[in-house]
Design a protein around this ligand. Structure first.
Ligand code: UD1
Ligand code: MG
Length: 483
């Protein structure tokens, strides 16, 4: 869809005093993205000729967030209210006929709702169309005063409610469509008649209605879409709804999610059919999961790429790593960044892997650290194997071939190579390359002393007998002394 006569204006200059934060309000996150990004994305489907973001508080950081998303920013300094913010944006709007105006703190709005708002504005030939919602608890929002079933006479801000107006449960979403030629003269008449001395965009709506211009209300089908985030509690509620929608979308795509309310999924995550996500899992960043995978309880995946039939056992962490078909990791595995585990690899409990490539069918099942390693296929890494990849200055590589066998509790001091089919004897500290098919053994030779243990026990027994006797005697003397 392309609407060349339309511009989008996002009001994002406010500080967000009620959040009690050093971060500008619109940069707070909900549903895995900053609020302002959520709003810009929702508007993309409108095909407007431009998207203008009015910035003020922490303008540099807000600009750095919105401009890469294709928006143009306009500085409002100081901030004299939502109506003033529109006046500041005027020049940037050029000759656009219509503007969809949104606050930067209501991120749940959906593209379909915005398209419908524009369509009804056009068909009613309105000066302003206000997206409203009917809610159980209207506190904190401007209330809609109706003229008729479709027309609005005014929007009254919470602080200016009179008499029984507080009971009105139709609220202003602060999302509007304006015919700009009508808006500017109306806005010029608005006075800062409120305790904050601000020019309210909401008051322009009353001016238009009083002049007899067409001001209509469009009631949002789902009132949750217009939730504004002024407080941390609002943010938590909006985040919860985003997460809920994301989980439902994945379930619709054929993913099983157990106890869904305990599972946190970022917006860009995808997962294939018949994958099962157990309770308490987090799927973050650009994680991509194939079909028939299982991610068990308490695991955290971020920017992980899982092919098909992968199992992540309970309480594992997988970051920025690629796991090919049939890989099994965990429980309690930690895959840090830059790993590639090829088909059928098994990484077991308390195994940490970093910047390593592990070949098909290779196993590292217990208590191991593999860092900067390149390991071939069908190799066995014994329990407690450590790649000593860091000498205090530089990271060094460990290269292990195919079908090698690293005995338990070995330390491989990098840079080092273990050839195809080679063995490393358990408990070795390997500092020299082990050739293919060879055995590397580097440990103290064992010596057995016959009869040593029983001799030791006899010595212990006679020593402790002597001790008891002296103790008895000394107790006797102390009693006497006390008397
Ligand atoms: C606003 C509406 C209220 C509506 C509610 C819905 C006004 C006067 N009130 O109240 O009717 O029910 O949203 O969420 O519009 N901003 C600027 N420059 C300014 C002031 C604000 O850019 O000078 C931006 C803020 O950054 C924010 C948006 O405008 O993104 C709305 O401001 P906010 O202070 O959140 O208004 P509300 O009290 O929520
Ligand atoms: Mg607000």
């Amino acid at each position: 869809m392309k609407n060349n006569d339309l511009a989008v204006v996002i009001l994002a200059a406010g500080k967000g005093t009620r959040l009690k934060s050093s971060l500008a309000k619109v940069l707070h996150r909900a549903g895995g993205r900053t609020m302002v990004e959520q709003v810009i994305r929702a508007c993309a489907a409108l095909g407007a000729n431009k998207t203008i973001v009015v910035v003020g508080h922490q303008s540099e950081v807000v600009v750095a967030t919105v401009e890469p998303l294709g928006a143009t920013s306009v500085l409002q300094q100081p901030q004299h209210g939502t109506g003033h913010a529109m006046q500041v944006a005027r020049r940037a709007l050029g000759n656009s006929k219509f503007a969809i105006v949104l606050p930067g703190d209501a991120p749940l709005v959906r593209p379909e709702t915005l398209k419908a708002l524009l369509a009804s504005h056009r068909s009613a030939n309105a000066a302003a169309t206000v997206l409203t919602a009917v809610v159980a608890d209207p506190r904190g929002y401007g209330r809609i005063l109706r003229k008729s079933d479709t027309a609005i006479s005014a929007i009254v801000e919470e602080s200016q409610l009179r008499g029984d107006q507080a009971e009105i449960n139709e609220i202003n979403s602060a999302i509007y469509c304006f015919t700009l030629a009508k808006l500017w003269p109306a806005l010029a008449q608005v006075k800062p008649n409120n305790k904050h001395r601000e020019i309210y965009l909401t008051d322009a709506v009353a001016v238009l209605a009083a002049k007899g211009d067409i001001v209509v209300a469009q009631v949002a089908a789902d009132s949750r879409e217009v939730l504004g985030c002024n407080t941390r509690a609002d943010l938590a509620e909006v985040d919860r709804i985003f997460r809920d929608w994301k989980r439902l979308a994945l379930m619709d795509a054929g993913v099983t999610i157990q106890l869904p309310e305990t599972v946190l999924i970022d917006p860009d995550v995808v997962a294939g059919e018949d994958t099962v996500i157990e309770p308490g899992v987090q799927l973050l960043g650009k994680t991509k999961i194939g079909a028939r995978c299982i991610v068990r309880a308490g695991s955290v995946l971020s920017d992980a790429i899982l092919a098909d039939d992968v199992v992540v056992e309970a309480h594992s962490m997988v970051a920025d790593s690629r796991l090919d078909d049939g890989v099994i990791v965990g429980p309690f595995a930690r895959l840090r960044g830059g790993n590639h585990l090829k088909a059928g690899v098994r990484v077991g409990n308390f195994v940490e892997v970093k910047k390593s490539t592990i070949g098909e069918g290779t196993k590292a099942m217990h208590l191991t650290y593999l860092g900067d390693a390149k390991i071939g296929s069908k190799t066995n890494i014994g329990a407690g194997t450590i790649t000593c990849n860091y000498d205090g200055f530089l990271k060094k590589p460990t290269i292990i071939g195919n079908k090698a066998f690293i005995g338990s509790d070995s330390t491989l001091v990098a840079p080092i190579r273990v050839g195809d089919g080679a063995y490393v004897a358990a408990g070795s500290t390997i500092t020299e390359n082990v050739p293919a098919d060879g055995l590397g053994i580097a440990r103290g030779r064992q010596m057995n002393k016959a009869g040593w243990a029983s001799k030791k026990r006899r010595e212990r027994a006679s020593a402790s007998g002597a001790k008891k006797n002296t103790a008895k005697k000394s107790r006797g003397t102390s009693k006497k002394r006390r008397r």
